[in-house]
Each structure stands twice: as structure tokens, then as C-alpha cells.
Design a protein around this ligand. Sequence first.
Ligand code: ATP
Ligand code: MG
Length: 577
Amino acid sequence: MTTNAPASTDFVREIVAQDLRTGKHGGRVATRFPPEPNGYLHIGHAKSICLNFGIAQENGGVCHLRFDDTNPAREEVEYVESIQEDVRWLGFDWGAHLYYASDYFEQLCQYAVQLIQDGKAYVCSLSPQEIREYRGTLTEPGRDSPHRTRTVAENLGLFQRMRAGEFPEGAHVLRAKIDMASPNLNLRDPVLYRILHAQHHRTGGVWCIYPTYDYAHPISDAIEGITHSICTLEFEAHRPLYDWLLEQLPVPSHPQQIEFARLNVSYTLMSKRKLLQLVEQKHVSGWDDPRMPTISGLRRRGYSPEALRDFCERIGVAKRDNVVEFALLEHCLREDLNRRAARVMAVLHPLRVIIDNYPEHQVEQVDSVNNPEDSSMGSHTIPFSRVLYIDREDFQEDPPKGFFRLSPGREVRLKDAFYVTCVGVVKDEQTGAPMELHCTYDPETRGGRSADGRVVRGTLHWVSAAHSLPAEVRLYDHLFLSADPGADDGGAGFTQGLNPSSLEVLTQCRVEPSLAGAAPQNCYQFLRLGYFCVDPDTAGERLVFNRAVSLRDTWARVQKEQQGQPSKGQSGRAGRV
Ligand code: ATP
Ligand code: MG
């Protein structure tokens, strides 16, 4: 057995450890991750994946990937493929254990016949509306369906004809015969099978009756010999049905269902139905839009598998629902990129600077450290010349108090290059906006260090105008304005809460020449600006970057606020220093 102990434990891991001690499942650990292929995976699924695959890994067990493909109307092969890609990318491996609930359709149907034969299931011909009415409420018991007393023979005949396709959708369902007065609504004769005349992405037109999730799930778990069936809290009230079914049927094993709290993250939604709506209504560019909470969106944004796994570990596994701050997700990304991203220079809003006393055709290479956190990453050179760009925000003609960057008469350091002093401003005649700056440089400050110990307060990033490359840079903000976009919207629809400025595209950016040919998914720190990841739209000469995250970490502030302490500093928007 491998002992791959987790950094921390939780109540699910404690149950598993306890079962291993008592030999409850013969010392085996088998978990599963059971997505419905009706959308792309999101960060909530990542939590479930890390938990299920993690527990298997730590205990020398197995984790199955099982597609819960029982609703052909909403499921697609595209989703099946993206889910596999995302689980693998996160760093997990199901080995030979890839399954589909549809693999068990025949067995599930035979078990249904057995329930009928045992008098534990019946064909009900009430309309869906009537079934709801008969079900009762939390305070009132339900009423027996008039078809509850059908004979076994009658039920077998009707179920057989349902399967043969003799009836339209909604004409009949198969229901478990449990207890219409149960305080648990899930036990009030739940539906096991419904008629759906739909093409299934794997079984084609073979079936026109499909099992419900509540019926298919426990049996699929049992067939696969799952030991711990870990699911989210909303299934807690379904557990008695899960157990009831496994007790009635001669299944090969009886897994234990354990519920944990689902992940919610502020400023995001986790419902696949709503995420699909964002995609279909083109509020985002696709499932992998870098603003989406999907694994593919986060990947495009610049998240590494390590950062997402780190996040899942930090949030832990609890029994109570809560909301995790988006700032924690960003904190994990920042820590990860701080370790591995090379530092480079890019100018997002270029302002031309002419170094008057620098020889016209001279070019020199200055040295720049790739990562001050990791000397093994080495350094690279950047060309310096007479005409440069700096960021517009780094110059002010009338600097307010506390502004230490460039202004007329002021000397600053150009990172890794020289000290420069602003000696002139060329302004737009109409608007008065600075169009071009004139500076002089001090040749004795090569490398950004002065020989005489003279101190400057500001250090600016820059690029050489002639050598830098054009780039498009996409800046992202929260997709939703409200921290709780899932809250009641008074019927307006959740898309009303979309942030109209969640995407800002800058097309005039310039980046240092070492970024030529940068490959998609590579991440860099643009000095003083944040972490940026090469977007897959990059092709040929066209460089496109996504801002993964700004430099300013807001997580410490959020933590303080949560602990009721006032915090200094400003809100966590775009990080400028
Ligand atoms: P959604 O509500 O987004 O459609 P779902 O539960 O219907 O999610 P499934 O494909 O059925 O999506 O989920 C597969 C597994 O992932 C389930 O075991 C489910 O409990 C788990 N899961 C889904 N959402 C979350 C979440 N936000 N946090 C933790 N686990 C989740
Ligand atoms: Mg589900």
C-alpha cells in the first residue's frame, strides 16, 4: 500500500481511515468521480476530483471516472472529451477505470424487473403534474397513486412495452413502492425510469427508457465495487433511497454514501446550466473564456494544476456550506506564478521617451534577472536604445505628493538600465496630453546603479521602441458585479448581474523582444504589472496575453476582514505599484 499522506485530514478521510482500521470493505478503497457530461467541469468539480482521486492515491486505492450519462437530452461527446482532458490536466489518472452509467443500462433494467417481480416497483400512469400533486409536501403526507395496486403481471407487461417504445414520453413511469407518507420526500415512491425518445451519445437509439440518477447511481457504485461514494450535501436526503435500493437488490456490494459541502466561490456561479447559458448567449467567448470558473477557463487564464490543487487543499472538506473568497483562488495563483514565472518588461499604454544624449544608432544589451525568487532560472538580456516606451501612468506633469515616478526635472531608474532625468514634454496641441518625453541619461548608472550612491525613489519598466514587439493584452475583472451572483435576482435573471467591464482589451501594447515566439500557456510576470499568460489566440507574429492576476495580494486583507479586524489599504482591483 502506498502511503501518500495528505497534508491535512478531514472528516471524509477520517471515515476512510476508520474503515481501513476495522476492515469494513476488506481493506479496499475505491472512490469515483461521476460527472454528468452536460457541460465543462468547473472549480467545484476540481474540489470533488481532488478529494476522490486524492483519497484513492493516499490509500493505495482506485478512483473511477464514471460518466453519469443517464439524460441523453443534455449530454454530448464534446463534454465527455473535455472532462477527461481536464481531469488528466489536473494531474489525476483513472487508469483502466473509465466507466459510463450507460454501460449498465441492461443490468439496471433487469434489476428494475426484479423490483417489479418482488412487488417493490410499479408502473404509474399519472402525469408529471399529478405525480407532483400526489407527492404531498414537507408538512403533508402524499397520497397513493391509483396505479400503486397494479399486479406484478400488469406492471411487467407495461414496463416491457415502455421499453419496447410503445408509449409516448410522459405516458408512464416506473416508480419504487416505498412509502407515500414518509417524512422524507425522496422515499415517496420515487421515479426510477422515464420514457425519453432521444438519441443517446453512446447507446444511440437502443433505449427509449432511461433510469433516473437516484436509481442508476447507487447501483452503478455497487456494480463497480465502490467503497466510499462521496457526493455533495444536497444528496444527504437521498441517502435513505440509496441504501433502500441496495438493500432490495442482489447487488455485489454496498458502498457508503458520504456527503460534503460543495464549493462556492464569491463573484462566480457554479451551476453548469447557468454557465451553459453564458456560453450560448455569448456573454463569454466560450467554456474556456478566461473569466469562466471552468477548469478550461482557469487554465487559459494561467492557472497551473498545482495552483488549483493547492487551492482545493487549502479550502478543506467540511460538512457545512460556505463561500470561499475569490481572493484565495488568486492568492494560490500568485504564489505559484511567483515561483515559476520569468520576469519580463511590457508596456501596456506606451508613451514615447527619447534619450537626447544617447547616440542615435547605438544599441546595448542590459542584463535582467529572470526570477529573483529562483536564481536557477538565470537571466536574459534586453536591448536599450535611444527611443523607448514607458507606461503613460508612470509620468505626471504635475505630480501629486507621493508620486515618485517620472515628472519634469525628476530623475528615476529605468529597471536594469540607467538613471534618466526628464528634460522636456511634447504635448498634444489640442488636449494637452503628453505625447513624447525627452530625457537625458547618466552613462555612469549602467545596470540601474549609481556609482556615487545617489538615490532615486522610482524604478520604471520600459521597452526599446525599435526592438519591442506589438502585443494585445486582455485584462479581466470579475464576471459578476455581486459577490453572490446566485442570490435571488427578483426574477430579472442572473445575467442582469454581469459586470459590463469584466474584459478590457488593450491593442497597442509593446513587449520586450525575448517574448518573440512565446508559446500559449506560458506565463510571465510583466514587471510591476502582474502575471500574464500567453493566450492560444497567439499565432505567428500576433502575440496575445491574458492577465492571470495582478501583483497586489488581497487575500491577507480579506482574512483580516473576516476576522473582524479593520484593514488598511485599498480594494483589490488592478495591481499597480
Ligand atoms: P452543477 O450543479 O454544476 O451542474 P452537478 O452536481 O450537477 O453540478 P455533476 O456533473 O453531477 O454536476 O458533478 C459531478 C460531481 O462533482 C458530483 O459528485 C458532484 O457532487 C460534484 N460537484 C459538483 N459541483 C460541485 C461543487 N460546487 N463543489 C464540490 N463538488 C461538486
Ligand atoms: Mg449532478
